[in-house]
Design a protein around this ligand. Structure first.
Ligand SMILES: Cc1cc2nc3c(=O)[nH]c(=O)nc-3n(C[C@H](O)[C@H](O)[C@H](O)COP(=O)(O)OP(=O)(O)OC[C@H]3O[C@@H](n4cnc5c(N)ncnc54)[C@H](O)[C@@H]3O)c2cc1C
Length: 348
């Protein structure tokens, strides 16, 4: 295990913001991970697990503990008829893995194409997009318990998946280091076309599209919204959506809807769990008066997606936070809704 010191973290994140890590280890094996945990325990310093840094805002001061970048790679696949199980290491690139499953003709992850980051980062917030969530296909998650160091295997239901949450970012936050994940996919299965943008894309088609066509369509929709990382596209220098879509009780939705109709505004919404409605956070942000492209110093709202806060070049974490606070407080005063942030904050 090679321990580095004072390592800049900004280049290891998609937002490109923030200060250094006091200590930094890149783990290529389970024993590296174990040693890193012991290194932090002996010195009694905090440990932060880093994947692809695509859902992360690092403070300007950086992090005074140990950052452990999980770079375990490799995988295998076993089949029982058309039911195929892919076991993948946490450090593998997510989109490359999705591309592989599509090439193999296995359905289940095609709508999650183009999401940056590592395989190990996906269960943490139950990554979802365009009609699929990883919780629909994750079979098991193998983890190292930072408290007592054994390796454990969680089944799907142990993970407590819900909209943008799991035990890994709620009840058991900072306890487990994800090492491997197995996904149960279906060879020859049809792609999922639940999402309106995808339904529109394939509306005139005779017969169902292929998995590859769906993957390409998702990546194209993402590219247009700067939600695909393309070198040189400064609207894609973000942490993805900065705010979650609020889920509010039906009653609160109805009251708000009546209020907004009197201002000639129709509040869009989607069904959520029983007695709740999900609201598009992007609509709330824009109708609170923030146009796409709005900026505050070098921090800005993406010109192509109202939910992404971007670094226009040289932004500080303080500028990003100031813009986030401004958006949250205006949405709260306009609509009475407290927007919850989606990225993880480190070193604040
Ligand atoms: C342009 C863009 C588009 C995006 N689109 C989407 C989208 O459509 N849907 C969506 O859900 N998200 C989206 N995201 C957010 C992000 O890509 C995902 O949440 C991704 O899964 C994060 O993985 P990561 O490896 O980058 O995690 P990091 O950002 O490195 O870490 C995020 C959290 O996961 C934890 N973590 C990471 N790896 C491990 C591990 N091995 N063990 C334990 N904990 C770990 C970290 O400690 C941290 O708490 C987008 C981001 C960007 C920049």
């Amino acid at each position: 295990m090679n321990v580095l010191e004072h390592v800049p973290l900004a280049p290891l994140t998609t937002l490109g913001v923030g200060g250094p890590a006091r200590y930094f280890v890149e783990a290529h094996s389970e024993s590296d991970v174990r040693e890193a945990v012991q290194f932090a325990q002996i010195r009694d310093i905090p440990l932060f697990v880093l994947g692809g840094g695509s859902n992360l805002l690092v403070s300007d001061a950086g992090f005074s503990g140990l950052v452990l970048k999980v770079s375990l790679c490799g995988g295998n696949c076993t089949a029982n008829g058309n039911d195929v199980t892919f076991q993948v290491a946490a450090g593998d690139n997510w989109d490359a893995f999705v591309a592989h499953t599509v090439e193999e003709g296995c359905a289940g992850l095609e709508c999650l194409s183009g999401i940056p980051g590592s395989v190990g980062g996906t269960p943490v917030q139950n990554v979802g997009a365009y009609g699929q969530e990883v919780s629909e296909t994750i079979r098991e998650v193998e983890v190292l318990d930072r408290q007592s160091l054994p390796v454990k295997t969680f089944t799907n239901s142990d993970c407590g998946f819900a909209y943008r949450t799991s035990i890994f970012n709620t009840t058991e936050r900072n306890r487990y280091i994800i090492l491997h994940i197995s996904f149960a996919l279906r060879r020859g299965g049809e792609p999922t076309i639940r999402y309106a943008d995808l339904q529109k894309t394939f509306a005139g088609a005779t017969g169902p599209p292929t998995l590859l066509q769906v993957r390409n369509a998702v990546r194209e929709i993402r590219r247009n919204k700067a939600m695909l990382i393309v070198p040189g596209d400064d609207d894609a220098r973000s942490a993805g959506s900065f705010f979650k879509n609020p889920v509010i009780p039906q009653r609160q939705f109805e009251d708000l809807d009546i209020k907004l109709r009197s201002r000639d505004l129709i509040l869009p919404s989607f069904p959520a769990s029983d007695g709740f409605r999900k609201l598009p956070a992007a609509w709330l942000v824009e109708h609170a008066g923030f146009a796409k492209g709005y900026s505050r110093g070098a921090a800005a709202i993406s010109r192509r997606h109202a939910l992404a806060i971007v670094n226009r070049g040289g932004a500080t974490a303080a500028e990003i936070i100031a813009l986030k606070n401004e958006i949250q407080s205006r949405v709260l005063s306009e609509f009475g809704i407290q927007l919850q942030t989606e990225p993880v904050f480190l070193g604040f």
